[in-house]
Design a protein around this ligand. Structure first.
Ligand code: ADP
Length: 473
């Protein structure tokens, strides 16, 4: 079976299925109109005609019953007396089937076939519709004192009602043909418009699959297909954005990994190629190689953390954790760094700040923020860490009097590998991944992180977590 360009088989195609089912319903309706309706009208006419002819036959039979011995004269007198003008043919026969009244005719074959039944006392009715006329015949015995004395055969041929019925039939046929043509045109039009739009969606999917993320369907209208088109365009925009982020991430990650690798290569080459190099320089270079290797290890560790967060893998199940304990231990760990930079590190930590998370992830967030506040500070500057318990949330605020972030960079500092001052960040072993890890971790536990400049210079980072309240016992 042939296939169209979208790879759908002919009989599996929606177009063909729609067209065939619509056509089947319409043809069925038209056939019913042309057959059932006409045959029902014909049956109605037949039964009313038959009732009329039967009552005429009954009248004749009653009149002939009074005659003791049927003869041609006696029958002619009775027929003349009765008003039988509306009937097309009247035949009266004697007890042996001899014709007493009426002339021979082609309908005599009916008489011959049924004569013996009628003479045995049965009524016979016969009707047909031919050449645009209704033929209704009644063949009945004349019974006198329990004995059959003869028979009456009367026929009514109605061409007027036949003509009306034929006219009706022709009109219905013409209307049916017209309806059929209109339906075909309408179906073709509807299918054409629907299929044109479905084809445009299919084409768009093919293009986007080939990587053309700028492709838009721009479907007009307000129906379901237009909604589908709009959804598709939104999806393509999202894909484009994701693709861009992925590419940039790969490029940034390779760059980050390449820099320490180049340094290692350069340092090892210097040692190998310089034959007169003294031992203290070799030690210095090897120590540098060690630092670069550590940087590589840290960067890959962070990249792995990010990949885990991207995949939604929270390794440990979240449990209620006291944020004050976590922040206190972080401050203890970072106190030496504050001392080196001559920075005053102060804190005010509320009790009862319970958060549903894991201790490690909260530690990572707090450590990153406080470490940054110390790293990007000025000599003899200050850092204040506050933990505030509110009715429904817990706020961790890290304020510093440091160098701050320029307004243009502020929207980007949570991006992966983003560093305002590369040299300064590198000198502290930074990779530009700390804040993006902090943001992803905070989000994974239902929280929010924000950064804002401080009026007096420096930065304020705030993390808000929903406060954990134990379920009622
Ligand atoms: P890094 O490893 O470079 O510190 P982060 O993701 O932690 O990476 O931070 C991204 C960048 O944001 C830093 O390189 C720095 O330029 C800026 N930044 C972060 N915290 C502060 C802060 N408290 N004060 C000034 N700049 C900051």
């Amino acid at each position: 079976m042939s296939k169209n360009p979208s790879g759908v088989r002919f009989f599996s195609s929606l177009k063909v299925k729609f067209a065939l089912s619509y056509m089947a319903v319409i043809v069925l309706a038209l056939v019913m109109m042309n057959t059932y309706f006409l045959s029902a009208s014909r049956d109605m006419i037949f039964s009313s005609k038959l009732a009329g002819v039967r009552s005429q036959a009954a009248i004749m039979e009653t009149a002939l019953r009074d005659i003791e011995r049927l003869s041609a004269d006696a029958v002619s007198q009775v027929v003349a007396r009765l008003d039988l003008g509306g009937l097309s043919r009247v035949v009266v026969m004697g007890e042996r089937g001899d014709m007493l009244y009426g002339a021979p005719d082609e309908s005599d074959s009916v008489i011959e076939s049924y004569l013996s039944s009628v003479l045995s006392g049965y009524d016979v009715y016969y009707s047909k519709f031919a050449d645009g006329a209704f033929y209704v015949s009644v063949f009945a015995p004349v019974v006198r004192g329990g004995a059959v004395t003869g028979s009456v055969f009367i026929t009514d041929i109605d061409t007027d009602q036949g003509e009306i019925l034929m006219g009706l039939q022709n009109t219905i046929r013409s209307i049916s043909i017209l309806m059929l043509i209109l339906s075909i045109l309408l179906i073709a039009f509807i299918l054409w418009t629907i299929m044109r739009r479905i084809t445009s969606v299919l084409r768009a999917i093919e293009n986007v699959r080939e990587g053309e993320y700028n492709y838009h369907i721009n479907m007009t209208g307000n129906d379901e297909l237009a909604a589908l088109g709009r959804q598709f365009d939104d999806l393509t925009d999202k894909l484009r954005e994701t693709d861009y982020i992925r590419r940039r991430f790969v490029a940034d990650a390779s760059h980050e990994l390449k820099t320490p690798l180049s340094s290692i290569k350069l340092l090892s080459d210097s040692i190998l190629q310089n034959e007169t190099i003294d031992e203290s320089t070799v030690r210095e270079f090897v120590s540098d190689i060690g630092q670069e290797a550590e940087r590589l290890a840290r960067t890959t560790e962070k990249l792995m953390t990010l990949t885990r967060l991207d995949g939604g893998n929270v390794e440990e199940a979240a449990v209620p954790v006291d944020l004050r304990d976590v922040v206190s231990s972080t401050l203890r760990m970072l106190a030496p760094l504050a001392e080196i930079g001559e920075i005053t590190l102060t804190s005010s930590l509320d009790a009862g700040c319970i958060v549903l998370a894991t201790e490690d992830s909260l530690h990572q967030v707090a450590f990153n923020l406080v470490e940054n506040a110390l790293k990007y500070n000025v000599p003899r500057g200050s850092v204040n860490v506050a933990l505030i318990r509110r009715a429904l949330e817990t706020v961790l605020r890290v304020e510093d009097s440091g160098i701050g972030v320029p307004d243009d960079d502020l929207p980007h500092i949570f991006n992966r590998f983003y560093r305002v001052d590369k040299a300064r960040s590198r000198s502290f072993g930074g990779s530009g991944l700390g804040l993006s890890i902090a943001r992803d971790t905070v989000r994974a536990h239902g929280g929010k992180i924000t950064a804002a400049p401080r009026n007096e210079g420096g930065m304020v980072f705030e993390v808000r977590f929903p406060l954990y309240t134990p379920p009622e016992a």
